[in-house]
Structures are given as structure tokens and as C-alpha cells.
Design a protein around this ligand. Structure first.
Ligand code: UD1
Length: 345
């Protein structure tokens, strides 16, 4: 049976592209909209090489509602949306709050506005463990309190969750699954797609792999005086393909009315807390490549430790992160090497 079409906003980005691959593998026709502000159209070729299917692609900005109206008119069979279109750099959001509020909130409002009239049954929203701030307890369940956001980026995620809740409670004719990601890392095992940050990476893994290949001299470890076993911060690093697969399950849940709830929220993590120093060690063991690094001072705004309790997603979605951290590190390294082969980095 032909499956319903899924609109993936931000579908040429890091998590978006991996999700398009998994959707197409599961037989869903996909249309991507992306303004290419932090990605490029060659990602579509990578998706096609992996899946042998070329997703439909519209270059456009979701903050422009007319662009979205035209898209829905061209693809009247869209039944589900996965919304990745957003600005995502914590530090940048401190300097450019208007950009963050405009991009992240207008995009969501436009999509919610057009879903009902276009017969869309559900929206999956990319949220973040950032909504928990510095949690009182680890591992974190979905019932943990939402803490005041420490950046405009984090605030857009909190506000977006509230907007979706308000719109659905007001009787909107669709469902939503909100996914709170922990730290997505790694690349597709084919090394055809992966994370491609603009400029100097802010996140740990792209900085680490760029250091390992010699683009950067040394990785700075931000702090070794935290209240953790080795003094460095602890996160829950989740493989991006495992993460992408949860989106397919979430879409199926909404389109097939598997749950009677109109809004559901799930933590997506592995359940394992890993320190920055442990992660460097795992990378070195898994790849045989050394990562020159030094301890420097703490980075302002960093959380000391946060990792997921993914039991709710494990039980209700029947989803579990299965890729080992070593395999994930090997995939990140293979991707970095592929970028070098292609002369991109
Ligand atoms: C942050 C956000 C998260 C967001 C993600 C993507 C918070 C609490 N978390 O995650 O919501 O989705 O960015 O942009 O706002 N580190 C180093 N050296 C480096 C880079 C990082 O030691 O050069 C350390 C950091 O101190 C941290 C860990 O590595 O302990 C992970 O950092 P990063 O990859 O930037 O992600 P988060 O800050 O956890």
C-alpha cells in the first residue's frame, strides 16, 4: 500500500537528512523544504546514493507562509510533518535573539496554521534536553521540571512545546509527538551524509574529528573541575541514525492513530552518561587516531551533567538506541575522512 507523504522541514540538515533516509527506507514519499542556510543541496545526492530514491526538494524558507502555501498546493498528499527547520547554535542565539525567535517560532506557527486546512494529521517536533536545564536528578525522565532557559535557543524550544500544546488543546485537528533529543552524534555508516558545520565547530564531535584530521591543532576540554568522576562534563551521546529511526516510529504513531493521546513527549537518549574525557578516549580506541587535547576553563552556560532515562520511549515507542559509542565514533571519523577525500575539509 502506498504510504502517506511526509514533509521534512530542514531536511538537508544534519538530523533531517538522516531522518529522510530512514523515512524513505520505510517506504514514505518525502518532500524536503530547506533554505540551505546551514546545509547544501548536495546532501540530496547523498540521500539518493543511500536509498536509490531522490526526495522531492523545495528550496525555500518556512518563515514565509506563502512559500508553504504553494508547497502544500503542489503536494496535496502530505499527511505528516517533521519539523527540523530551526537555528540551533546556543552561543549565536545569545547575540542574535531576534533571528532565533523569528526563525524558530514563525516556522512553527506557519506550519501549525496550515496543517488543519491541508488535512495534515500530525507534526513531529525536534525539541531538546536543553529544556531540563541543569537537572536536579539524573537520569532525566520526561516528568522532570522544565527549568528557565539559559539561551534564546533553549527558550525557543520551550516556547515551541508550549505553542504546540496550546494549539492542540484548543482543538486543532491533528496530533503531535515532541522528541527531546540528548546529544546527537555520528554519521550514516555509508559516510554519504553527516554533520557539516559552518566555520569553526561549536559542538564537541565535529571539533574533535577536525582536530583528529589536523584541521584544528588541539581540542579544548572545557573544564575538569566539575562534580563528576573525572571532572569533565557528562552528556548522553546518541547515534544520529538511531535517533532518525525514532522519527519514523513517531510518524507512524500519529498517522495510524496508534495512541489516543493528541500530544506525546519522549526523551531520546541512550541512558548512558559519558564524560568529555571518556568520549575522547573512546574515539581514540575505536579509530586508532590520537586527538591532541588540553584542559581549559569552563565554557559559560554549560550544564555539568545530563543524561536520559529513555524508558518511556523504549516501552511506548518500542524504540531503543542500539549503536555502540565506539561504532558511532567510527562513523563520525569515516565521515570526516570522506569530507577530506572530497576536498571539502
Ligand atoms: C548544546 C545544547 C543542546 C543543543 C546542542 C546543539 C544546552 C544545555 N545544550 O549541547 O540543546 O541541541 O548544543 O547545538 O544548551 N565541549 C568541549 N570542547 C569543545 C566543545 C564542547 O569540551 O570544543 C564539551 C562541552 O563543554 C560539553 C560537551 O563537550 O560538556 C558537549 O558540548 P556540545 O557538543 O557543544 O553540546 P551541548 O553543549 O551539550
Amino acid at each position: 500500500m502506498k504510504k502517506d507523504r511526509i514533509l521534512v522541514t530542514g531536511g538537508t540538515g544534519y538530523i533531517g537528512s538522516h531522518t529522510v533516509v530512514e523515512l524513505q527506507k520505510a517506504g514514505y514519499p518525502v518532500v524536503i523544504i530547506d533554505n540551505l542556510s546551514n546545509s547544501n543541496a548536495e546532501v540530496i545526492d547523498g540521500i539518493e546514493r543511500i536509498t536509490s530514491v531522490r526526495p522531492d526538494f523545495v528550496e525555500g524558507d518556512c518563515t514565509d507562509i506563502e512559500t508553504l502555501r504553494r508547497l502544500f498546493a503542489s503536494f496535496p498528499d502530505i499527511k505528516g510533518i517533521i519539523n527540523f527547520a530551526a537555528s540551533k547554535a546556543v552561543g549565536e542565539s545569545m547575540h542574535k535573539p531576534i533571528l532565533y525567535y523569528r526563525n524558530n517560532l514563525n516556522t512553527l506557527l506557519n506550519l501549525l496554521d496550515l496543517m488543519g486546512p491541508n488535512g495534515v494529521k500530525g507534526i513531529v517536533f525536534s525539541s531538546s534536553c536543553t529544556v531540563y536545564g541543569e537537572p536536579d536528578e539524573n537520569p532525566v525522565t520526561e516528568a522532570a521540571p522544565i527549568k528557565k532557559a539559559t539561551s534564546p535557543y533553549g527558550n525557543t524550544k520551550q516556547i515551541s512545546e508550549e505553542i504546540i500544546t496550546d494549539v492542540i488543546n484548543a482543538g486543532a485537528p491533528f496530533k503531535s509527538v515532541i522528541l527531546r533529543y540528548f546529544n546527537p552524534v555520528g554519521a550514516h555508516p555509508s559516510a554519504e551524509i553527516g554533520e557539516l558545520p559552518n566555520g569553526v565547530p561549536q559542538n564537541l564531535i565535529p571539533y574533535l574529528t577536525q582536530t583528529a584530521i589536523g584541521i584544528r591543532q588541539e581540542l579544548s576540554v572545557f573544564g575538569d573541575d566539575y562534580n563528576t568522576p573525572d571532572g569533565s562534563c557528562i552528556r548522553d551521546y546518541i547515534n544520529v541514525v538511531d535517533l532518525a529511526q525514532a522519527h519514523v516510529i513517531a510518524v507512524e504513531r500519529m498517522l495510524n492513530d496508534i495512541s489516543d493521546k493528541k500530544i506525546e513527549i519522549f526523551n531520546l537518549g541512550t541512558g548512558n552518561g559519558v564524560s568529555v574525557l571518556e568520549l575522547i578516549h573512546t574515539f581514540e580506541e575505536a579509530t586508532g587516531v590520537k586527538v591532541p587535547h588540553k584542559i581549559v576553563g569552563r565554557r559559560a552556560g554549560d550544564i555539568e551533567k545530563v543524561w536520559a532515562n529513555p524508558a518511556f520511549a523504549n516501552e511506548v515507542l518500542g524504540w531503543k538506541a542500539t549503536t555502540s559509542l565506539a561504532d558511532t565514533m567510527r562513523s563520525a571519523w569515516a565521515w570526516q575522512c570522506r569530507l577530506r577525500e572530497r576536498g571539502i575539509m
